[in-house]
Each structure stands twice: as C-alpha cells, then as structure tokens.
Design a protein around this ligand. Sequence first.
Ligand code: 13P
Length: 258
Amino acid sequence: MTQANRKPFVGGNWKMNTDSAAALSLIDGVASGLKNDAVDVAVFPPFVYLREMSDKTSGSDMLVGAQDCWFESNGAFTGEISIEMLKDCNVKTVLTGHSERRHVIGESDQLVNKKTKAAIAGGMIAVLCVGEKLDQREAGQTDAINESQIKAGLDGVSQSDMSSVVIAYEPVWAIGTGKTATPEDAQDAHAKIRALIATMYDQSTADSTRIIYGGSMKPGNANELMAMPDIDGGLIGGASLVADDFLAIINAGQPQSV
Ligand code: 13P
C-alpha cells in the first residue's frame, strides 16, 4: 500500500504559545484558508483555549486537540485534565508522549502508555509521539529508541484500536532547532516504524497506520518530506503559529500535490 491509501494528517502543536486574542485570530486564519478535506487537519492549542477553539470550529472538519491528558477520569489529581473533560470541550484528538513531556517534564513510557490507552478508550485519536535525542542518533540508536517507545506506548493497544492511533516521529534534535531530518533519513525511520507495526500487529494494520513527521517542518521543506512514501503528514510546532505557513504545509500534504 502506498501513501495514497492513507489520508494525510497535519497537526499544529501550538505548545505554550498564543493568548486568547492570538488563538482566535490564528484559528480564524487557518479555518478560512482550508480548501477541502483531503487532509485531516488538527490544531492543538493550550488547554485553556480549547473550548473557544472548538466553538469556533464547530461544523467544520478541523479537529481540535489537546497537547496532553491525564489517564484517570476524575479525582484528586491537582492540575490535571481528564479525557472526559476534553470530550466535554469537543476535543477529538490528543498528543501523548510529546518529547517536551518526556524530556522536560519527565514522563515515562509507562505514563505515556496509560495516557494513550485512556485517549483511545475515550474515543479520541491518540497521536503517539516518539523520537531519539541527538546523542542517541549519533550512537546509531534511532530505530532502537523508536522501537522501545512504540512498543511501550502501545502496550495493550489492540489491533482494532490502531485505527485510533497516529504515530508522530519527532527526532528531538530537530524540534524547534531549524534542523530537519533529510527526507531520506526521515523516510528510513518511518519505514522501520511501519515494519515494526507489521510485526506487532499485521501488514494491513501497518499499511493503514498514519506515521507523520515532526521537527522543523516548514513550507520550504514540507513538500519533499511528505512526498516520501511512508511520511503521511506532519506535526508542526513553530510554523503552525503562522496561519499562512500552516496552510502551505497542509497544501503540501494534499495527495494530488505529492
Ligand atoms: P517545530 O516544528 O517547532 O520544530 O516543533 C515540532 C514539534 O514539536 C511538534 O510537536
């Protein structure tokens, strides 16, 4: 199966950026520039703006997502946000295991796994983020790190649940640095991830799972990255904060343009 059989997914991870006014104007800019539904488009604003963003996009195909979640439904978890609360805000997708959660906040593979399973059980698309740090890349450990994060992150996730999972390969050294993996290196990592999914589940699950790239994806490099057969879209940080740049990346993901 080729990329053409998987609907591209392009997400904008706003991280801890925008304020209320900037978030509203950014989502307006993105919504007004979307041309068709050939690409699944999601934005991941800060928690506090989720309801406003969902209200703004209700009736459109754009998905509003959360950057994180907690795995219990309610209770004494000060500062945390449950999947139920996210659903209440019409959130449809959630990032799990983003590298900043893993390496700045200190989340373990086990916690990422609980969050991923909670997101799937709640009917969300879980975007499981994986990727190696610079020293791991230099030590030739890229595929081993991806494998261990994916195996741990998907522990207990059934084959049928895999239709609710998108995998984001985000090499940590490429995030926010302006350094992008070459299309060939990114393709190689994606192909290995797809082969891993085939061994964990089966070939048809591997063929239908979307694997997206993140790490300094910009309008200037999105076309060549997304033209690769195993790169099914992108998870965009900095460039998703500028509506025109994000729209240009979404356009690069259109199946007919690759
Ligand atoms: P940048 O696009 O800013 O490198 O961020 C990528 C990312 O972390 C998306 O989740």
